[in-house]
Design a protein around this ligand. Structure first.
Ligand code: PEP
Length: 257
């Protein structure tokens, strides 16, 4: 909606080694054509160990598939064993990096401060954050999904200037819908995505808010993507499980067909 190009992004999570990644991206490249790339932007968020292989394939074949990582360190370099910096991702020509995915928040204790520091690190290195926000089941049951999610947006964007925030992608991913097969209704998705856009208008400007892409994520499949994408404030999907099947992901990219 509003002239925003939808972003259909596959989050592979901890799946597909570098050889499997090459085979998978080749399948996508074979299936997708200029018609698809003109209609939507296609991206894959892959394990760190796959990035070099995906880069080589994308660069070598001039593929119109964007790629990125699923996390980034808040630090630039130094004694942070096991972490990967924004400059390392930039060197591999990543476009995107997911930040604050619910699995990072849940299993790695990422709080608002860390998420905010990672958003800053991404921008510092020219990466576009895909900021993941969304409520758990208890919050949804209490009817507090909007307030909860907007507080996450506020925290993540603290001290982020408009020049940077203008390019952010926000993925609304209700935790109860991730990997559960339980998709939010299109109305549920619209309610929170619309509220996120409203908050961006308050924090920055209406113009900035109208330019930002807001994705829905949570059990998206070829069978439910069209209804979700029909909502005015949903500008793409962040797809987990269904993105591991190249044929299914291509169908999701072609949600308009
Ligand atoms: C995700 O991991 O971002 C996600 C939305 O997963 P799934 O599509 O499997 O629910």
């Amino acid at each position: 909606a509003h002239g925003r190009t939808p972003l259909m992004a596959g989050n592979w999570k901890m799946n597909l080694n570098h050889l499997e990644a090459i085979a998978h991206v080749q399948k996508l490249a074979f299936a997708l054509s200029d018609k698809d790339y003109d209609a939507v932007e296609v991206a894959v968020l892959v394990p760190f160990t796959d990035l070099r292989s995906v880069q080589t394939l994308v660069d070598g074949d001039k593929l119109r598939i964007a790629y990125g990582a699923q996390d980034v360190s808040a630090h630039d370099n130094g004694a942070y064993t096991g972490e990967i910096s924004g400059s390392m991702l930039a060197k591999l020509k990543c476009t995107y990096v997911a930040i604050g995915h619910s699995e990072r928040r849940q299993y790695h204790g990422e709080d608002e401060e860390i998420v905010n520091a990672k958003v800053k690190a991404a921008y510092q290195h020219g990466l576009t954050p895909i900021l993941c926000v969304g409520e758990g089941l208890d919050v949804r049951k209490a009817g507090n999904q909007v307030a909860h999610t907007l507080a996450q947006v506020d925290g993540a964007l603290k001290d982020i200037p408009a020049e940077q925030a203008a390019s952010i992608v926000i993925a609304y991913e209700p935790v109860w819908a991730i990997g559960t097969g339980e998709v939010a209704t299109p109305e549920d998705a619209q309610e929170v995505c619309g509220a996120i856009r409203g908050r961006l208008a308050e924090l920055y400007s209406r113009e900035l808010a109208d330019g930002v892409r807001i994705q829905y994520g949570g059990s998206v499949k070829s069978g439910n993507v069209a209804a979700i994408m029909a909502q005015p404030d949903v500008d793409g999907a962040l797809v987990g499980g269904a993105a591991l099947d190249a044929d299914e992901f291509v169908k999701i990219v072609r949600f308009r067909d």
